[in-house]
Design a protein. Sequence first.
Length: 436
Amino acid sequence: MRTLKIVCPFLSFLLLCGCGDTGLTINDSTKQEIGETTQTLAMEDTYLKSVQYPQTSIAEIDDKVKQVVQTYEDNFMMQVEAAASQQVPEFNITYESYVKDDRYVSILLLIYEKIEDTQTYCETMVFDNKDKKWMTLEDVVSMDSDVLSYLSREAISYFKERYPGECSNDAFRTHTSAAIQNFTNFILRKDGIVFYYDNNTIFDHDTTYSISYDELKPYTAIRNEASKAYVPYDDILNEPTKHIDPDKPMVALTFDDGPSKRYTRSILDALKEYNASATFFVLGSNAERAPDLLQRMVMEGNEIGNHTYSHKQLTTLSKEHIEEEIIATQESIYGITHTYPKLIRPPYGSKNDNVLECANGKRIVTWTLDTRDWQHKDSNTIVRNVCDTVKNGDIILMHDLYASSAQAAVILIPRLQEMGYQLVTVSELYTYYGQP
Ligand code: ZN
């Protein structure tokens, strides 16, 4: 008879479920269940940077996440200074965050840097918000059992099935053996544990291995949870009737990198108040985090465009990877709005033949007026830049990532109308002006 060291007593789990308030605010998102996104962007001549990480209001988690992000960023900036590569170095972080049983908070940071070569890393952290401690595998499964042999056996058959040609070398055998260090990088999802492996451990690419709590039943007290219902789609997407005068000047305001729970709403409010439209080039990762905002965009006559899933510079990716970035975002947006975007704006405006091919009939949209709002972060400067240079047919680039950009948009919407411009979506602009 196996003795189980039960770390999460089932009884306290039941009590916890009954008593409700655990201080965790859980989002309606499949991959970002907890936290608000902190997001920064830089499009310098010497490097490109797009960083997203969660802040959860649990101090231990927030401090650790910030520290990990900072370490990678510092390391990247040091390499940028030393780099002599022809390509502009790029740094990208996206994340996923999960909550299990209102108690276990898991954060997965996906780090991508491209200097001479591409490197990807994943960092996982699991925090027990009830006992206020970081968790290791020993806290999840009983080490008194033969759980490591079991995990190893299951991992080997899991990978052999998926990557039959890549499983006969020493690296594979070493990194799937029944050693604890092969199972340290994991997160707890609703239905099971997911283990992560960086490239050049098991394979020369990143990989994951997941196992459900049901399968792990002899070794753990953690149980599968029924998955939460997705935000309901309530068939109310009747776009308002619009009156566009083809003989009057028009411009398209565009907002990239969102939606942001903090700033997008005020832009939508102003658009609605002045009966104006804009185009939001959303990231697939952010869309899933704010489905209500996406539905509102469509309902109020705005357009949603595809800005890829994780904001990597597409021109440096393989075709397969470009397609993944585009299709995952198309599907995220369709899942929420029942409409596929017709427009793609590649991150940093970077495009090449591969990008055009992978767009597969969707229009690639850049811009004609760059506010550089991510750099100025001052609403007056942004408003002045636009008002001084705007002309008929312009596509104006902004980001709904910063308070200053949202404030500028709120000023610009009535101001541009006073100047005689109709504020239309990018597709509407194309209808009257063709490809600028
Ligand atoms: Zn962007």
